[in-house]
Write a protein that binds this ligand. Structure first.
Ligand code: MN
Length: 456
């Protein structure tokens, strides 16, 4: 059973899906560069210059891989996540936790925390899940935040106004710091759940446990009642001080552009738990893994909303070029004129940050952008198939937005075939025996087997 990051590393090795790098690379820029070169592939750095901690990245880079790890066909992964959010399950609590093999005083300079981009403010933890409890002890929250290292035991955390922000405001009212635990080196189900947005009060660890078919074990922290995954590689225990602020940024976020400096709350680490020979998990900002994790729950929601207004949704994708956030491509089985436009409206309702959406018929492969462009070229007429909505609330991560009012324009392209014309006009021409001949040529090694990535 795959229940930890280590199990996944072994599993990926057995599938020959893990790139292992053993030349020395520095956590300052060099590992980020390698993650960029091999964006979309899981990669293990065994020789991190100046550290005896290994670094792994790219584990959640494709739907196929995450599907394999979760034992779910990747085409049904959207439903699996929504089902887990709808039916969360409490994980088993254990004292016998591998993450408690070593307990140390905080010394962040012992961890190979990466500095990623040229103008980033410094080393950032980017794949850390922050756990906190509400002050009535009723529920626990998990969310992913970027955290800039200030010194050996201090971080500054970017907290957008969502659930952790709410818990922090609760603590502020009572004039106390908020106890937190930051777990690094986790099973993809935990990352996927923490990157999703279930309603406040739904514990993302329970969602992860449902995705893991009830195989998640958790353990209590030493300085709070917080539960963390027992097989985390590293857990940093500490407190967020709502009234202590520090400068956070600049930092590259999902768009691949620099987010600006802000005053954000400080985190003080009081203790570190870790496994023996821990593995530090990295995540390249604006890389495929980042966009996959942030966008996946939104894709699932778009699928659900669009399914309510058109008879059949084949697939939904937030494309990589659209930052995994701003652009959706949706394939549907159209049965009435107007289905395409209804799909556009439902998609905007499902994901308020969405800016552009293209709707195509089910014969178009949404993972092949040439195919999508071909549909726009041969099936779309701007004067009747284009939807433009002006001055709506958009995503603050889009640098082209009106940054004061956060207003944007949204565009939907209905590139589905019109039903009032002969459908044969739009048929994709095929060559008989193409796949058989391709197979023969591949056997002769004349055609290189290109790996296709559904999320790239
Ligand atoms: Mn939450």
């Amino acid at each position: 059973m795959i229940s930890s990051l280590r199990d996944i590393i072994d599993f990926l090795k057995s599938l020959d899906e893990l790139l292992v790098v053993d030349i020395p690379l520095s956590p300052k820029f060099e590992i980020a560069a390698a993650l960029k070169v091999f964006d979309g592939f899981p990669i293990l750095f065994e020789n991190v210059a100046g550290y005896n901690v290994r670094v792994v990245g790219g584990i959640c880079s494709s739907k196929e891989l995450v599907g394999k790890v979760l034992n779910v066909p990747f085409r049904t992964l959207h439903d699996a996540l929504l089902d887990a959010i709808g039916n969360p399950m409490a994980p088993t609590i254990t004292d016998n936790a591998p993450v408690k093999e070593k307990i140390e005083k905080p010394n962040l300079s012992n961890l190979p925390i990466l500095t990623h981009y040229e103008r980033d403010a410094g080393p950032y933890i980017t794949c850390g899940v922050v756990f906190a409890r509400d002050l009535d002890g009723k529920f626990q929250n998990a969310s992913i935040h970027r955290m800039l290292v200030l010194d050996e035991k201090t971080l500054v955390i970017r907290v957008v106004p969502r659930h952790l922000y709410y818990l922090l405001k609760q603590a502020e009212k009572l004039g106390r710091p908020l106890p937190i635990a930051i777990a690094i080196g986790l099973h993809p189900a935990i990352l996927l759940a923490a990157a999703s947005s279930p309603p406040l009060g739904v514990d993302e660890l329970h969602v992860a446990n449902a995705l893991m078919q009830n195989n998640l074990k958790v353990t209590y922290c030493n300085h709070s009642e917080i539960l963390v995954p027992a097989e985390s590689e590293i857990v940093l225990e500490g407190f967020i001080y709502p009234d202590k602020l520090a400068e956070e940024g600049p930092f590259v976020d999902i768009t691949g552009t620099y987010d600006f400096k802000r005053s954000q709350p400080v985190v003080e680490i009081v203790e570190v738990m870790m496994r023996r020979n821990p593995i530090y998990q990295a995540l390249l900002p604006a890389g495929i893994e980042h966009r996959f994790l942030m966008g996946f729950h939104r894709e699932a929601q778009i699928r659900r909303y669009v399914s309510r207004v058109v008879p059949k949704v084949k697939d939904v994708r937030l494309s990589f070029g659209g930052c995994g956030w701003l652009h959706a491509i949706i394939s549907i089985e159209k049965s009435s004129e107007g289905d395409g436009k209804n799909a556009i409206l439902a998609a905007f309702a499902a994901h308020p940050s969405l800016k552009h959406v293209v709707v195509v018929d089910s014969d178009i492969d949404i993972y092949d952008l040439n195919s999508v462009e071909w549909a726009i070229a041969t099936r779309f007429q701007a004067h009747k198939d284009l939807v433009v909505i002006k001055n709506v609330r958009g995503s603050s991560i889009d640098p082209s937005i009106d940054e004061k009012k956060l207003l944007t324009s949204k565009m939907g392209i209905d590139a589905t075939k019109p039903l009032d014309k002969p459908q044969s006009l739009f048929m994709k021409a095929l060559i008989p025996s193409l796949s058989e001949v391709k197979k023969k040529l591949e056997d002769l090694k004349l055609v290189s087997k290109q790996r296709t990535r559904t999320n790239a």
